[in-house]
Design a protein around this ligand. Structure first.
Ligand code: 13P
Length: 249
């Protein structure tokens, strides 16, 4: 049984003060809440301050992006050991905004994944099709390619640290949530790929979150599906009350 994961991706929102305030309130809300894994991914500027607030809390910290190199002449970039040093337990890799706006490919996703694993940070690998790909019935081919190439050369031991987030691009920030049935179909397919690539344990044990216009109103029906193990939430994670509503679906 996979513990439901509810993760907040704040994207490019919130100052340090706002992030700290949110984290303090969230940590309090999550006190004693054993039945959820709650993760927040603030902007890089707030990671250290939030990590200090979350010390001793069950809420986990994630970064939104990183570089695959350990150190060197990469102006503006942040490495996995730097994130680990700030107290990050998780990293989002391959978010569709990084793929479409910043040229992330399955190959760079894989490099980042390898680097994160090397430094003990748990990767949340994001996959998802665009509207055009869905309409041309390419969804399953795209997802298969993203999962197989993104997770290339990962050992069966390491796969235990990896989670997947299925985020159909057409559902992100649009208010158009995938129906639970449609999401479930892709989640089941991802699980089959994991089983065939990494063995049955990986197929059964890997958490697969859904992302795309998740709200306190629609989380329940999504989580009712057997292959949906959590949610990666954008807009509705920016407000403590709304995010807490999702956590307590
Ligand atoms: P929204 O919840 O705003 O649609 O964003 C989803 C997302 O991109 C989370 O990573």
């Amino acid at each position: 049984m996979i513990k439901p994961i509810i993760a907040a991706n704040w994207k490019m929102h919130k100052t340090v003060a706002e992030s700290v305030d949110f984290s303090q309130r969230l940590a309090k809300e999550c006190e004693g809440l054993e039945e959820r894994e709650v993760i927040i991914a603030p902007p890089a500027t707030a990671l250290y301050a939030v990590s200090q607030v979350l010390k001793g809390s069950t809420v986990q910290l994630s970064a939104q992006n990183m570089h695959w190199e350990e150190k060197g002449a990469f102006t503006g970039e942040i490495s996995a050991p730097m994130l680990a040093d700030m107290g990050c337990q998780y990293i989002l890799i391959g978010h569709s905004e990084r793929r479409t706006l910043f040229g992330e490919t399955n190959e760079t996703v894989n490099k980042k994944l390898q680097a994160a694993l090397k430094f003990g940070i748990k990767p949340i690998v994001c996959v998802g099709e665009t509207l055009e790909q869905r309409e041309s019935e390419a969804t399953f081919d795209i997802i298969k390619k993203q999962v197989k190439e993104g997770l290339n050369n990962i050992s069966t031991g390491d796969i235990e640290c990896v989670s997947i987030a299925y985020e159909p691009v057409w559902a992100i920030g649009t208010g158009k949530t995938a129906t639970p049935e449609l999401a479930e179909e892709v989640h089941r397919f991802i699980r089959e790929i994991l089983s065939s690539e990494f063995g049955e344990d990986a197929g059964i044990g890997t958490a697969i979150m859904y992302g795309g216009s998740v709200t306190p109103q629609n989380i329940g029906e999504l989580m009712d599906k057997p292959n949906i193990n959590g949610a990666l939430v954008g807009g509705a994670s920016l407000d403590v009350t709304s995010f807490t509503g999702i956590i307590r679906y």
